[in-house]
Design a protein around this ligand. Structure first.
Ligand SMILES: Nc1ncnc2c1ncn2[C@@H]1O[C@H](COP(=O)(O)OP(=O)(O)OP(=O)(O)O)[C@@H](O)[C@H]1O
Length: 580
């Protein structure tokens, strides 16, 4: 396919009416054609074309094929590939061409357009990200109120972490406002990341996280510069405070519903309350993940109850990673809370190179997201919160850590853990299993799909929200569609490694040419079975070599990550306002 409006080598010319030059002088010459009006005209290679204003008939072909191919592809989107939508014959005369009467929709065109749109909108969303960064963020900056250090009157200290202190504050200019209707965090480290994440969240899914007001770099103090972050005061209690109370979950019921339920106290009522908390949590997480942010520090201490909206919201985005542009791509080990962290240390495989630059990271983000499923890190932590809500015995730090040790000994298999503890369980543990076993064990099923060793086998926040556990009437009242959904959910939660083994066995015939199938050696490769045991000395040498190799790869990855981090911090920290 070639477009005559591009440059090319003249393959043949034919005098039509009049020409002052001999025909042969054009042959094999590199010529430059000026695009004529409506230059989107194209035709098959070798076909003859007669420009209106010239007397030459030119065989199109030669150079410029690549440009014209790209040109044709773009023309093809939604319009159809040129010669499939134009009635191009072998010999085309412009005057005989049908006049284009708008866009002609073709199947390949629609498929191509849909594929491009789905890629651009797939999590974490390249296209919405582009709009967010270059339009929404810009417009927001024009209209948002700005603050500086002297605008605040500090109140009570709410918390002090390793990376900053948090205070209730009020505005100095508005003495009438109730003391402390704002929360201020003075962050020494990770403040810039937190400002970035909070601004992204405010634009994309404001209801998921605490209501962020403003963040800036305050460098006027004698100490090293600090990032100041400002939120609206959401409420007094975090989920950690609430679950530590003996009254949990009844203390949450009144807060969420605004009244106390008439139902008698018991596991059914408790289950309802826990369901509501889990639904709110998963909803917040789903919104966060849909916009490409992974929190990485989900724990009851970072879930605040918003008194205004009567919902639980997420706070503390200092350890979050923005997978849309690759900020905080490689996590810092010490940021992860060992009590709630998933077994994998990294949200992205260490084989995934650190994103080289924001545009490349953005363009690749849907692929990297699907390859690594980084959101499942938060799902594991949320599963542990679910577990703590169901089992009061696991609410203390020491018991949670002991549970994690037990689970590790059971190869992170929650079903195996249940088999281990249930026979000798105390009444508290037994009550927890009873609660999860309501409605044919639908709560247990959801929990087990969240707390899994392999990230890929964990359910996503969106899929968890669609789980029948959240249907008010319980499993017995499920409609046909809901039952179908449950079956689909169960099918997607299967571990297919056994099925894969079975298929491999089926494929294993004799491995001869006559019977077909794989040879034993080929099967060995497919099963990824370790090669036959080597001698002890050989094995030791091999193991040491592998260890060294892995260490080198890990160190390289981490250093590249660090370097990129520093390089990247240059571009995105320009978005963070500084105090004037
Ligand atoms: N928007 C808010 N409304 C009400 N309270 C808040 C808000 N944000 C934070 N807090 C309170 O401040 C405390 C500390 O907040 P945050 O976890 O963000 O700080 P941090 O310095 O990262 O703490 P840590 O290092 O302990 O995690 C929270 O536990 C919560 O009680």
């Amino acid at each position: 396919m070639s477009t005559v409006a591009t440059n090319g080598v003249v393959l043949g010319v034919k005098l039509n009416t009049f020409s002052s030059k001999p025909l042969s002088s054009f042959l094999g010459k590199q010529i430059k054609l000026k695009p004529f009006s409506g230059s989107s005209f194209s035709c098959k290679k070798g076909s003859i074309f007669r420009p209106k204003s010239k007397n030459l008939v030119i065989y199109a072909g030669g150079g410029g094929e690549l440009i014209s191919y790209v040109h044709d592809i773009f023309l093809g989107v939604g319009v159809g590939l040129p010669c499939t939508v134009m009635q191009c014959g072998d010999v085309i005369y412009r005057s005989t061409l049908p006049r284009s009467d708008g866009i002609t929709v073709t199947v390949p065109g629609v498929v191509l357009a849909l594929s491009v749109v789905s890629y651009l909108w797939a999590t974490p969303g390249v296209a919405p990200g582009f709009f967010d960064m270059f339009v929404l963020a810009f417009v927001e900056r024009l209209f948002r109120p700005t603050y500086k250090k002297d605008d605040f009157v500090l109140g009570k200290k709410l918390g002090e972490g390793a990376f900053g202190s948090v205070y209730r504050v009020s505005l100095a200019k508005r003495p009438s406002s109730k003391d402390g209707d704002l929360v201020l965090k003075k962050a020494t480290e990770y403040g810039a990341v937190e400002i970035w994440m909070n601004e992204r969240v405010r634009r994309a899914c404001a209801s998921s996280c605490a209501d962020f007001v403003y963040g800036f770099l305050e460098s006027s103090s004698k100490k090293s510069s600090e990032y100041w972050l400002l939120w609206r005061f959401e409420g007094e209690s975090t989920l950690a405070d609430l679950i530590q109370s003996k009254e949990f979950p009844y203390n949450v019921e009144a807060m969420i519903l605004g009244k106390v339920s008439d139902l008698p106290k018991g596991i059914e009522r408790e289950n309802r309350i826990i369901q509501t908390v889990m639904r709110q949590l998963l909803f917040a997480l789903d919104s966060l993940h849909s916009t490409g942010i992974v929190h990485r520090d989900i724990k009851p201490q970072n879930i605040i109850f918003s008194e205004d909206s009567r919902t639980f919201k997420i706070i503390d985005l200092g350890a979050a990673a923005d997978l849309r542009v690759g900020i905080n791509y490689i996590p810092k080990e010490f940021l992860l809370d060992p009590r709630y962290a998933a077994p994998e240390q990294y949200i992205m495989s260490t084989q995934t190179p650190s994103a080289p630059s924001a545009p490349v990271a953005t363009a690749l983000s849907p692929v990297l997201w699907q390859l690594n499923l980084p959101d499942r890190f938060d799902i594991y932590s949320t599963g542990l919160i679910f577990l703590q809500m169901a089992f009061p015995g696991l609410r203390s730090d020491s018991n949670l850590i002991q549970f994690k040790r037990q689970l590790k000994r059971c190869d992170y298999d929650l079903v195996a853990w249940r088999k281990l503890v249930e026979p000798r369980a105390n009444p508290d543990i037994r009550r927890g299993f009873e609660l999860l076993d309501l409605d044919k064990g639908i709560g247990w099923e959801l929990l087990a799909s969240m707390v899994r060793y392999k990230a890929r086998q964990r359910v996503s926040a969106k899929a968890a929200l669609a789980h029948p556990y959240f249907d008010k009437e319980g499993l017995l009242a499920l409609s046909v569609m809901q039952n179908l959904r449950l079956q689909v959910f169960r099918a997607t939660q299967q571990d297919y490694s056994e099925a894969a083994k079975w298929i491999i066995q089926l494929m294993a015939k004799s491995g001869t040419k006559k019977d077909g199938g794989f040879t034993e050696a080929q099967l060995q490769e497919l099963r990824e079975i370790a090669p036959a045991k080597k001698s002890k000395v050989q094995r030791n040498a091999l193991a040491s070599a592998l260890r060294v190799q892995r260490k080198i790869v890990r160190t390289l990855n981490e250093s590249i990550g660090e370097l990129n981090q520093r390089r990247k911090s240059l571009w995105w920290s320009r978005w963070i306002p500084r105090e004037e």
